[in-house]
Design a protein around this ligand. Structure first.
Ligand code: GCU
Length: 614
C-alpha cells in the first residue's frame, strides 16, 4: 500500500508497509542524543488561529539576517537519548502529556550514510544511490509527524508498533536533518483510550533506523510449519514471500542449510511465491520451551539483489477441547504478566538487555510463558523470549472503554493488529494474539471486537486468538463466565481479583462456571504489597497479605475445569498515574511479585512452588 504525501515544500514521501526483520537489514542507527523542544501549545505546528503553519519548527530555521525573527533553535536546545521516554529523562516532564519536538542530523557523502556530531559513534553505510532509503521507527508514543529536511515524510498514530517512510526523494548529499513532532496526549477515540493503568511514557521510545533497500526488495515472508498429518515421514513448511513490487519472473531462493534444504521459485504477477517445503520429520527439531531450537534461514532475490537471514523455530500450536497443544502435546502455560518497563524507575524498556533482565526474572519464577501487557512490546522482548524458550501472548491496547462506535478508532485498532502480527509472524514463541482487555459488554463492543477477531484470522490462521474477559458478578460464590466474545476466541481467558477487589476468605467457597469447551487461561489475578512491609496476613500492603492471597487463589484455581494456564498480575511493580497512595504506591502499581528493583516478595516463592508442581 503506497500513500503519497505532498510535503510542505512539494517533494514526495511515501508510507510503505512496515519493513519486517529490520534487524537483518543494511541500516544506520539514528539512536543517540536528539535535541528536543517542549511545545505545550504546539506553537511549532499551528499559527495563533490554530491553522497548521508553514513556518513551523519542522523547518529547523536559522536567522539569515540580523533582524530575522526565529523563536526556536534546536541546536541550542537540550538533548535526550533516543530511544527513550521524556518522563524519566527530564524531571520537568515526569507527568507531561503533550507535544515535544525532536531533531537530529546525519550526513550523506560519496553515497555513504554517516552519522555526525558524535565522532565516537560515527557509522557509515554504503548506500548505492539506486537504493531506496526508508526511515524506520520501532515505535513513537503516540501521535507523530515526521519531517526530513523540512519536508513532510509522514504521520503515524499508535504508540507500540513499527512504521517507516520512504524518504529517498527527501534526502540530499551533505548534511540532512530529521525532525519529529511527538504528542502523547490521551483522547477518548484513541487506542488505548483516555484511562489506563500504566504510565503514559511519551517520546521516540524505540530504535530509529535509516534503512537502505534495493529498488525491489523482499517485503515480507513467512514459514509456518503446517499441522502434522499423523506419523508422516515428512513435515511441510508453508513458505511464502512477497516482493515490494508486483513483478513476475523473479527468482526467490530459500535455504535452510542445517536441514539441507535449498529451493528456488519464481514470483507470480503479484511478485509473490507460495510453496510447501518438505523436510524429513525425523530431521526437524521442533521449537519448545525446553529446547527453543531455531534454524538459520536465508531468503534471496535473483542474484542476491536482496538477501535476508532470520533465525526461525518450527512448531505448531492448536487447541483440542480444553487443551492447548504445542507440537501436538498438551501444555500448561506457567505464565506471568509484564509491562514494557525497565527496572529501577528506568522508564520504557527498549533493548535486548532490558528484555533479558525481565525475562530472566520470569524464568527464575518457573515460567514458560509471558503475557506482554497491554500493547505490543518491542521486538527485542519477543526475540529474546524466543531465544530463551518463553512462549508469548501479545496484545493490542483495546483496553477498557474504547470508543466502539467510532470507525476511525476501529481502523486504528485494526492497523495496530496488522502491524503487531506482521512484525512477529515468524516468531515461534508467539502463540496467542489478544485483541482486548477487560472491555464492557455491549452490542457495539461485540461488533467491534467480533470484526477484529475475524480480521485477525485473515492475517494469521496459524495462531490462537484470545482476549482478557471479565466475570461480571457472582451469586452464592458461583462465578459464571458469560461473554458473547467466547465464539470468536480459541482460548477463553479472564481476569479475576479474589483477595484484592473481592474478599480473600471467599476463595475456598468460590466455584467457576465456564460453559465453553475451550481451554481456560486466568489472564490476571493478584494483589499489592510493598516489598519489606511485614505484618498480619489480613493487613493490606504487607508481603504476608499478598502471600496469603496467592496461596488461596492457587488452591481455588486448581479446581477450575479446563485450566490450561495462568498469567498472574504482575511480574514487577510498575508506574501508574492511577496509584497515588503516598508512602505505599507513590505512583506505582504494587502488584508485582518483585519490587521495581527486582526484590522478591514472599508471594514470589508461593507461585514458584506451584509452577514446580505443574
Ligand atoms: C486490571 C487491568 C490491569 C490493572 C490491574 C490492576 O485488571 O487489566 O491493567 O493494572 O487490573 O488493577 O492492578
Amino acid at each position: 500500500m503506497m500513500l503519497a504525501i505532498v510535503g510542505v515544500m512539494g517533494a514526495l514521501a511515501q508510507q510503505v508497509p512496515q519493513v519486517i526483520n529490520v534487524m537483518s537489514r543494511q541500516a544506520v542507527s539514528l539512536n543517540g542524543d536528539w535535541h528536543y523542544i517542549v511545545d505545550v501549545q504546539e506553537e511549532g505546528y499551528y499559527d495563533y488561529r490554530m491553522n497548521p503553519t508553514r513556518w513551523g519548527f519542522f523547518n529547523n530555521a536559522k536567522p539569515q539576517r540580523p533582524e530575522d525573527l526565529i523563536e526556536y533553535d534546536f541546536d541550542a536546545a537540550p538533548t535526550m537519548h533516543v530511544p527513550g521516554d521524556w518522563n524519566t529523562q527530564d524531571e520537568r516532564l515526569f507527568f507531561y502529556e503533550g507535544t515535544v519536538w525532536f531533531q537530529r542530523y546525519f550526513t550523506i557523502e560519496n553515497g555513504e550514510l554517516k552519522i555526525d556530531n558524535d565522532a565516537s559513534r560515527s557509522q557509515i553505510v554504503n548506500c548505492k544511490s539506486s537504493n531506496r532509503k526508508l526511515l524506520y521507527f520501532g515505535a513513537v508514543n503516540y501521535d507523530c509527524h515526521v519531517y526530513v529536511n523540512g519536508k513532510k515524510a509522514g504521520h503515524h498514530v499508535g504508540g507500540f508498533t513499527p512504521f517507516n517512510f520512504d524518504v529517498t526523494d527527501l534526502l540530499h548529499k551533505g548534511k540532512n536533518f530529521v525532525i519529529v513532532k511527538v504528542d502523547n496526549k490521551r483522547s477518548a477515540s484513541a487506542v488505548p483510550t483516555q484511562i489506563f493503568d500504566w504510565w503514559n511514557y511519551g517520546g521516540i521510545t524505540r530504535d530509529v533506523l535509516l534503512v537502505s533497500m534495493p529498488e525491489t526488495y523482499i517485503e515480507n515472508y513467512s514459514l509456518p510449519l503446517t499441522p502434522s498429518k499423523g506419523r508422516g515421514k515428512e513435515r511441510e513448511i508453508a513458505f511464502s514471500t512477497q516482493l515490494s513490487q508486483a513483478v513476475a519472473g523473479q527468482s526467490i531462493t530459500v535455504s535452510i542449510p542445517e536441514l539441507r534444504l535449498k529451493q528456488t521459485f519464481v514470483t507470480d504477477t503479484n511478485g509473490r511465491v507460495c510453496a510447501l517445503l518438505k523436510v524429513p520429520a525425523k530431521k526437524l527439531t521442533l521449537w519448545c520451551p525446553e529446547n527453543p531450537k531455531r534454524y538459520q534461514v536465508e531468503i534471496s532475490l535473483n542474484d542476491n539483489d536482496d538477501v535476508l537471514t532470520d533465525s526461525i523455530g518450527f512448531r505448531t500450536i492448536e487447541t483440542r477441547g480444553k487443551q492447548i497443544l504445542l507440537n501436538g502435546n498438551p501444555i500448561f502455560l506457567k505464565g506471568i504478566c509484564l509491562h514494557e518497563e525497565k527496572p529501577n524507575g528506568g522508564g520504557r524498556a527498549n533493548s535486548a538487555e532490558d528484555a533479558r533482565t525481565l525475562l530472566t526474572w520470569a524464568k527464575e519464577l518457573g515460567c514458560n510463558f509471558v503475557r506482554l501487557a497491554h500493547y505490543p512490546h518491542n521486538e527485542y522482548m519477543v526475540r529474546e523470549a524466543e531465544r530463551m524458550g518463553i512462549l508469548v501472548w501479545s496484545e493490542i491496547p483495546c483496553y477498557w472503554t474504547i470508543d466502539w462506535k467510532n470507525e476511525a478508532t476501529y481502523q486504528n485498532a485494526q492497523q495496530q493488529l496488522t502491524d503487531m502480527i506482521r512484525r512477529d509472524y515468524n516468531r515461534a514463541n508467539v502463540i496467542i494474539w489478544s485483541i482486548a482487555n477487560e472491555t464492557p459488554h455491549s452490542a457495539e463492543r461485540d461488533t467491534f471486537l467480533g470484526r477484529l477477531a475475524r480480521y485477525a484470522r485473515t492475517q494469521d490462521s496459524t495462531r490462537l486468538i484470545s482476549m482478557a474477559m471479565e466475570v461480571t458478578g457472582a451469586s452464592n460464590y458461583v462465578n459464571r463466565l458469560n461473554d458473547n466474545m467466547n465464539q470468536y476466541v480459541d482460548v477463553v481467558s479472564f481476569n479475576q481479583y479474589v483477595g484484592w477487589y473481592r474478599d480473600v476468605n471467599d476463595a475456598p467457597k468460590m466455584r467457576w462456571e465456564i460453559p465453553y469447551d475451550k481451554p481456560v487461561i486466568i489472564s490476571e489475578f493478584g494483589g499489592g504489597a510493598k516489598y519489606g512491609l511485614h505484618g498480619a496476613k489480613n493487613q493490606r500492603w504487607t508481603e504476608e497479605f499478598q502471600e496469603n492471597l496467592y496461596r488461596e487463589n492457587l488452591a481455588m484455581l486448581d479446581k477450575i475445569d479446563g485450566l490450561a494456564g495462568t498469567t498472574p498480575w504482575i511480574l514487577k511493580d510498575f508506574r501508574s498515574p492511577r496509584r497515588v497512595l503516598t508512602g505505599i504506591q507513590d505512583y506505582y502499581n504494587m502488584k508485582g511479585l518483585v519490587s521495581d528493583k527486582g526484590e522478591r516478595k514472599k508471594a514470589w516463592y508461593v507461585l514458584k512452588e506451584w509452577y514446580e508442581g505443574k
